[in-house]
Design a protein around this ligand. Sequence first.
Ligand code: PAF
Length: 296
Amino acid sequence: MASMMMAECIASVRKMLAEKRLEGKTISLVPTMGALHDGHRSCMEIAGNEGDILVVSIYINPKQFGPSEDLSRYPRMLEKDLEFCERMGCDVVFVPDDEEMYPASQDAWVTVERFAEPLCGRTRPGHFRGVATVVAKLFNIVDPDVAVFGQKDAQQAVVIREMVRQLNFRVRLVLSSIVREPDGLAVSSRNAYLNPEERKQAGGLYDSLLAGRALLEGGERDPKSVTGAVRDRMIEHGIRDVEYAELLRADDLSILERAEGKVILALAARLDTTRLIDNLVLELLADGSVRETLLF
Ligand code: PAF
């Protein structure tokens, strides 16, 4: 496709993509809420290689924000985002507004019950219902062959995987590994909220995950000891408002009595008003070694 096309309404994006499908092209989708960064770059690179036509959606979905969350201050920078997409070789950018996505009261929801309950589900009630619903809508609108998500939002990825599997969506999901700043901080649109002191502390999140990993590498298999070390390290970094540090089975986010197989070490913390999440997905191998891997 010669130059990037932009669609604001569902009918036009469907028309553009129907034409491409008639030409035998496959479609890959990267759903985003804008404020694009290197994490999105990585998703777009993967999506560009996985399909012929690269579609990026930019939509800040109000249904995944709770009443006291950061919807109103979420970074909005459409012009820069469109330039980013153009530079990345996107073919179609879908930029709907709320009227287009939710023209009437939303009564039909997608809930992925068990997988939305642990971790972020405890403090963000309704969040994954909002995510699953908008992603289902985007899948129905774009009908992608492939969709790419970041592993940084690990629980989101599991919720979407289950939605696709259990509701028989035809899309194939691909994950992109976490992109980190030089000090280890996972790139995120929300990093922009941090003041210099908080930004420095935020680098301690990854270091805290590494403290947990080091214990696993040393043979520790008690989840509480591992997450205790993660919490202690966060506190050493001055991160006092720890929402959770958990070691769970990676496949279904269930509780482990003893660490084994593929595990996810996940944390969430608040630095003043900014809530950040991060994780490591690790495979505990039979020879005792530990390997970082993708959720799926
Ligand atoms: O990860 C995000 O940016 C959002 O949760 C998503 C998947 C675009 C749905 O709004």
